[in-house]
Design a protein. Structure first.
Length: 142
């Protein structure tokens, strides 16, 4: 409809990427919810995508914390808007600024900021509960 390409998460590729960068000690995922005015189909697809991410992380026995946008944004001093995320990511990670030069790269900048927020909080132990990982089975990694 409307000439827009349907964007979906390739769960197999996501699993391959996570596995290739392993072992992953911890993941931080933005705590999301439905947005006002969002259609039912869009909300369902968004929830499905989140479920794929959670499934891949769970299958890899990767402890995961969810962080509210307000918390990570204020914790890193990120101004509102797409430009605010890109500008702050560039200031905090200048060596990677080329990854979010376009306005439409704001999601990539925000993902990097959430990762940085998580890294800082794991290092300090502040506000993070690390769930113990049970015994590993098939494809075990330490």
């Amino acid at each position: 409809r409307g000439g827009k390409a349907k964007r979906e998460i390739d769960r197999y590729e996501l699993a391959r990427l996570v596995d290739a960068h392993g072992p992953v000690a911890h993941a931080f995922v933005e705590q999301v919810g439905a947005m006002p005015g969002q259609g039912v189909t869009s909300m369902f697809q968004f929830g499905r995508s989140l479920g794929i991410v959670e499934g891949v992380l769970s299958a890899g026995f990767i402890p995961t914390d969810y962080v509210a946008p307000r918390k990570w944004r204020s914790g890193l001093g990120v101004r509102a808007g797409k430009d605010g995320s890109r500008a702050r990511a560039s200031a905090l990670m200048p060596g990677h600024a080329g990854l979010w030069t376009r306005v439409k790269d704001d999601g990539r900048a925000e993902a990097a900021l959430i990762a940085l927020y998580g890294q800082r909080h794991l290092a300090t132990g502040f506000g993070v509960t690390v769930a113990p990982v049970g015994p590993r089975k098939h494809g075990e990694r330490q």
